[in-house]
Ligand binder design. Structure first.
Ligand SMILES: [Zn+2]
Length: 374
């Protein structure tokens, strides 16, 4: 940080403008003090000119920018070493790891929300009409190489017909519910706990889909349903499920756009495992947490680069960048924890397995939470 150390002595920083106490915090100053030792504001009593004001503004931006650039460069060029330097005390040169990760996840969040990649999946939703198509005729007209192939094709057709048979059974159940909704809902009460809840979900899904019910209150008045918490929860869940079935792509998009923020809950848990694996190293839990923040930041940086490359060259580069990240992660572990290749590889494999197991659990919780709040 050479630019930090060069203290300005021109303009409003001249000796004649210096005061004997700090205008920001009141700390008493010496005329030789260029900056307040207590709060680091410049020792200047001169009124700000417009020029001074802009200069101050740009100095702040530039110093923040240079911190960001230094952090970026260190992450990309010296994986692991940046965490080492940061925890032993070299902090002012780099941005705060937590704030850095937060900024990156916001950028990543904006990119993927803008992208809405899975919107096209909405065509698989239940309201999407499948065009009427006579497969039987088609198969009869195709010239098969042998009878065997024709048989396979006809068997596949049969299984398709069976599936639509299941559909018509479900439709029949719907009409049973709709025939007398009040009576049907009362009958649900007699079942066991899980059966009761599933019955209620089935009931609400049907009336939401087929009877144009928009709110829980409507169903309370229309079907004389007790307005208790359990019924309300079942209603909300059914409502989400109907929406998800209608527009699965939109649901996947919201799910993915939540994931950058989910990492903030995830990493503190994961760091506990890193701590366990390196228990004999003299690092604190916070040190391991900072290590995982740095690595997560690097992952976001690589994914953002990959996203930009995809957009410009119309390719799919995520896989390549994940491979690059896997390599970086190994390097970071070697440099930060400074253990031999073999030990590092064993711990690398172990921690990655834990990462995927925890990740799977986190995804399930995220999906469950999203379904309830969708
Ligand atoms: Zn001060």
């Amino acid at each position: 940080m050479k630019n930090k150390l060069t203290v300005k002595t021109t303009g409003r920083y001249k000796l004649q403008h210096r005061g004997v106490y700090c205008l920001n915090c009141g700390h008493s100053l010496d005329l030789s003090d260029k900056y307040c030792p207590n709060c680091s504001q410049a020792n200047s009593t001169k009124k700000l000119t417009l020029l001074d004001f802009f200069e101050e503004f740009f100095t702040n931006i530039l110093s923040y920018d240079s911190k960001v650039l230094q952090t970026l460069a260190a992450l990309l060029l010296r994986p692991g070493k940046i965490t080492r330097e940061y925890i032993v005390g070299k902090r002012l040169s780099y941005t705060n790891p937590f704030r850095f990760l937060l900024s990156l996840s916001i950028i990543y969040f904006l990119l993927i929300s803008y992208n809405n990649e899975f919107e096209s999946w909405n065509k698989f939703g239940s309201s999407g009409n499948t065009p009427a198509f006579n497969f039987q005729d088609r198969i009869e007209n195709i010239e098969f190489d042998n009878e065997e192939e024709k048989k396979i094709a006809l068997a596949a057709l049969d299984s398709l017909k069976n599936r639509s048979a299941i559909g018509s059974i479900l439709n029949r159940r719907d009409s049973v519910i709709l025939a007398n909704p009040k009576k049907h809902f009362k009958a649900i009460k007699e079942e066991d706990l899980i059966g009761k809840y599933l019955g209620k979900i089935e009931f609400f899904s049907t009336v939401i889909k087929k009877d144009t019910i928009y709110s829980f209150q409507e169903s309370v008045t229309k079907y004389e349903i007790p307005p208790d918490t359990e019924n309300k929860m079942a209603f909300n869940l059914s409502n989400s499920l109907v929406e998800i079935k209608k527009r699965p792509g939109t649901f996947i998009n919201t799910l993915i756009s939540k994931s950058p923020f989910a990492t903030f809950f995830f990493l503190p848990f994961f760091s506990l495992y890193i701590w366990m694996v390196y228990i004999r190293k003299k690092y604190t839990y916070t040190d391991h947490l900072i290590f995982s923040f740095h690595n997560q930041s690097l992952l976001f940086i690589l994914l953002i680069i990959s996203y930009l490359i995809n957009a410009v060259f119309n390719v799919r580069s995520e896989g390549l960048f994940l491979l690059i990240f896997a390599f970086y992660l190994y390097k970071a572990m070697r440099n930060f924890y400074q253990q031999g290749r073999f030990k590092t590889i064993v711990k690398y494999i172990f921690l990655n397995s834990i990462f995927f197991i925890l990740g799977a659990i986190a995804i399930i919780i995220l999906i469950a939470a999203s379904v309830f709040t969708y």
